[in-house]
Design a protein. Structure first.
Length: 143
């Protein structure tokens, strides 16, 4: 009897991010680079990876300028993005507080010359979430 897996858009995106994480970040193509930036955004804003940032998005967006938040972003940029899960992706994409705080977080923490790339990654994340109405299904037989 086949085993069926329901893969959501977040599962598929998580897989893309993990494939990009395996490569040398200097050799990423444009799509992989966007996937990496989505991973950085998710790691920098999700509660599982960046509690101070997540808390600031819920309580006081002015807290997004604190050094702790900047440190969480830098950890997300260096290695944290490689360890995100589909749950982290779903949390970020579906939380209106984070969506409303994204521009503030970006202004306080990301170098201005990288803003356009991060905005494109954020837009891609939101588009993927909104365009997914059905799960992608895959069947696999037992070995």
């Amino acid at each position: 009897m086949p085993i069926k897996y329901n893969l959501t858009w977040a599962d598929m995106l998580s897989t893309k991010i993990h494939k990009a994480a395996i490569k040398n970040s200097e050799k990423l193509d444009e799509e992989e680079h966007i996937s990496m930036l989505i991973g950085v955004i998710v790691a920098a804003l999700s509660s599982a990876h960046s509690w101070q940032t997540y808390k600031a998005t819920k309580e006081a967006p002015t807290g997004l300028g604190k050094q702790e938040v900047k440190d969480e972003y830098l950890r997300a940029l260096s290695e944290g993005w490689k360890n995100i899960t589909y749950t982290d992706i779903s949390e970020i994409a579906e939380d209106s507080n984070i969506e409303n705080s994204f521009s503030t977080w970006l202004a306080f923490n990301v170098d201005k010359k990288e803003h356009d790339d991060y905005k494109e990654a954020w837009k891609t994340l939101l588009e993927q979430m909104k365009s997914s109405c059905d799960d992608v299904k895959r069947g696999e037989e037992n070995p």
